[in-house]
Design a protein around this ligand. Structure first.
Ligand code: DAH
Length: 356
């Protein structure tokens, strides 16, 4: 038995070195340690070894098994590396100049974000940014969204461990919970606490939700938030702004519709539907593109604004949705794959009068 083991171990390296593919490896492995393998056969002889010699023999077998396993592992690793190198193709010299000399193009989401910002700047709004790591206060509490609201469910969003620390947080409240913002509406509160009315801001940015990705959903997407606070602001002003935005963005051939809805931070609240000729891949006439409403007096009160003096409107829109309508894109995932063949199609698009 001892001799059989040493012969097996002595021959193994040469046999294993000759293997080239995973299939060959699996066959060879089975020939050693499979149910009918050589090594298994030697182990089966243990029963014939006299009782006294068994511990010593067992030790020898275990050692041999360990050595054989090391050789098998090394062989598999070698084969996997060769496979990977084959997938990667010939070695790349990163010091060579790029063969792709064409100019870069703007991403469709960038185009839509910039165009929306330009349109809203013309109407007197300023563009600001808010943090993507938010506290529950800005994302929910201050927006009149109570603790038991389903939007706060850990199933619906991404919370950080309570001991996490972030550079954008200067004053750390121990019991405060941090999360990836679920909407850009948190920027409304940050702005109102920092400045005084009249306020006219838009804030585009990334938001996060626990969502399963498909052709129209993504767990990470982009929104554009808008807030106007002043005296005597009405729903009419809100509707007028949205009409102006869509005429500027898409031309005259479109309609905007308000559908009553519920958001805890606006009263009344609406969902905004758009009907436009830019929608050949979308079968429905009306496409939902965001939410809006008049700032709820409870939100004003919560941050120390007198609701008998101040009024305001707000809306939030999905930038992906807009890009998909404008450019006739039928799968949201195309926007995140960074496939230059897709992105190059937007090289003719620009931020000028001829948008899109
Ligand atoms: N935050 C909402 C969402 O993510 C969208 C929204 C609705 C924004 C109403 C608003 C608003 O500013 O007033 O679905």
């Amino acid at each position: 038995m001892q001799e059989a083991l040493s012969v097996l171990l002595a021959k193994a390296p040469a046999k294993l070195a000759a293997l080239k593919t995973r299939a060959e490896f699996e066959t060879a492995k089975a020939c050693y340690v499979g149910p009918n393998g050589e090594f298994t056969a030697i182990m089966k002889q243990m029963g014939t070894v006299p009782k006294k010699q068994r511990p010593a023999m067992g030790k020898l077998i275990n050692e041999a098994k360990g050595k054989l396993q090391i050789q098998l592992d090394a062989t598999l690793q070698r084969i996997a590396e060769t496979e990977r190198a084959a997938q990667l193709g010939p070695a790349i010299d990163p010091t060579l100049p790029s063969p792709d000399t064409g100019p870069g193009t703007y991403h469709p989401l960038t185009l839509v974000r910039e165009e929306m910002s330009r349109i809203l700047r013309k109407a007197g709004f300023i563009v600001i940014e808010g943090p993507e790591v938010e506290t529950e206060y800005y994302c929910f509490d201050a927006l009149n969204t109570p603790a038991n609201h389903p939007a706060r469910d850990t199933q619906d969003t991404f919370y950080f461990p309570t001991n996490a620390r972030f550079s954008n947080v200067t004053k750390k409240v121990p019991e405060e919970k941090y999360l990836l913002r679920t909407h850009t509406s948190s920027v409304q509160i940050r702005t109102m606490l920092k400045s005084k009315p009249p306020i006219r801001i838009v804030s585009p940015g990334r938001v996060y939700r626990r969502d399963t990705t498909d052709a129209t959903h993504s767990a990470i997407f982009h929104q554009l938030e808008c807030l106007y606070v002043d005296k005597n602001v009405t729903v009419r002003n809100l509707k007028a702004l949205l009409d102006y935005i869509f005429v500027s963005l898409l031309g005259n051939d479109n309609k905007v519709r308000f559908r009553p809805h519920y958001f805890s931070y606006t009263k009344p609240s609406f969902e905004v539907d758009l009907s436009t000729s830019h929608r050949s891949k979308v079968k429905k006439e009306w496409i939902e593109i965001g939410g809006c409403g008049m700032v709820d007096p409870a939100v004003f009160e919560g941050i120390g604004y007198d609701p008998s003096v101040w009024s305001g409107y707000a809306f939030g829109m999905g930038l992906e949705r807009l890009a998909m309508i404008i450019y006739d894109i039928d799968d949201i995932r195309c926007l995140y794959q960074n496939d230059v063949r897709f992105l190059r199609q937007f090289s003719w698009c620009s931020f000028n009068e001829n948008f899109p």
